[in-house]
Design a protein around this ligand. Structure first.
Ligand code: DGL
Length: 256
């Protein structure tokens, strides 16, 4: 098979990266995507870097066996833990993501910027470097337990969690909220309704999708000419998870 015809592998610890996948299929409708949710090993964000790296290696092995032309890490936590190692080991391009702090800082108007992410993302060197460059007004906000509520599609639980979290801040003095975990993007509308209208919400999905396009174009790997496809797999029980994943993919396509 011609290299450009091969699918793009996309993965996350669970269903969160489906929000990124949706942004990618919008950006690149002629590509074939193979999404893998490592649900059995979720969450990644409360593990150690070594533990996440071990999980990621298994996922990547599975995706590589299926002949992917590029790997997109639809997970901030796994990018920090594994992107550098994967880039050194794999022959195919590896696209990662990071909390969208830069656009939030660019919109700074004198208030704070809250960076919501997993505990592990916020501890990683990659994030500390990002803070050095763009974090002068940013406050890291670890959200352990929040991804689990998204996995369970527990809206009431997520709402209570967020009300408590934002309740600790004077949100009128917050310029931006960064959704630094792909799971939280599914809560964007809920968050929008809870915080002042003027407060910006940023996430890395559209930027990562554009970066994927650039990388593929640079290497002559863009697939063109006919509609692409999406296939999803999980390390969890497919009977339980496939309907959830399909539902969230449809929801993801509606998030702007
Ligand atoms: N969706 C992931 C991220 O973007 C991590 C969630 C988790 O496994 O803790 O960081």
């Amino acid at each position: 098979m011609r290299e450009a015809e091969k699918p793009i592998g996309v993965f996350d610890s669970g269903v969160g990266g489906i929000s990124t996948l949706a942004a990618m299929t919008r950006e690149l409708p002629e590509e074939d995507f193979l999404y893998y949710g490592d649900t059995r090993n979720a969450p990644y964000g409360t593990k150690t870097t070594e533990e996440v790296l071990a999980c990621v290696r298994q996922v990547v092995e599975r995706l590589m066996q299926q002949g992917i032309k590029a790997l997109a890490i639809a997970c901030n936590t796994a990018t920090g833990a594994a992107a550098a190692a994967l880039r050194a080991e794999l022959q195919i391009p590896v696209i990662g993501m990071e909390p969208a702090l830069k656009p939030a800082e660019e919109a700074w108007q004198g208030g704070s910027i809250l960076v919501m992410a997993t505990p592990l993302t916020l501890k990683q060197e990659k994030f500390l470097n990002l803070m050095d460059r763009f974090g002068a007004h940013a406050v890291p906000m670890p959200c352990p337990g929040l991804m689990e509520l998204v996995e369970r599609e527990d809206s009431a639980g997520a709402k209570a969690y967020l009300e408590k979290t934002f309740g600790e801040w004077d949100m009128n003095r917050v310029d931006a909220v960064v959704l630094g975990c792909t799971h939280y993007v599914f809560l964007k509308n809920m968050i929008r309704a809870m915080i002042p209208e003027k407060t910006l919400i940023t996430d890395g999905n559209a930027g990562t999708a554009r970066q994927l396009r650039r990388v593929l174009a640079d290497r002559g790997l863009l697939r063109e000419g006919s509609a692409g496809s999406v296939r999803m797999e999980t390390s969890g029980d497919p009977e339980k998870w496939m309907p959830v994943m399909e539902r969230l993919y449809r929801k993801g396509l509606e998030i702007r």
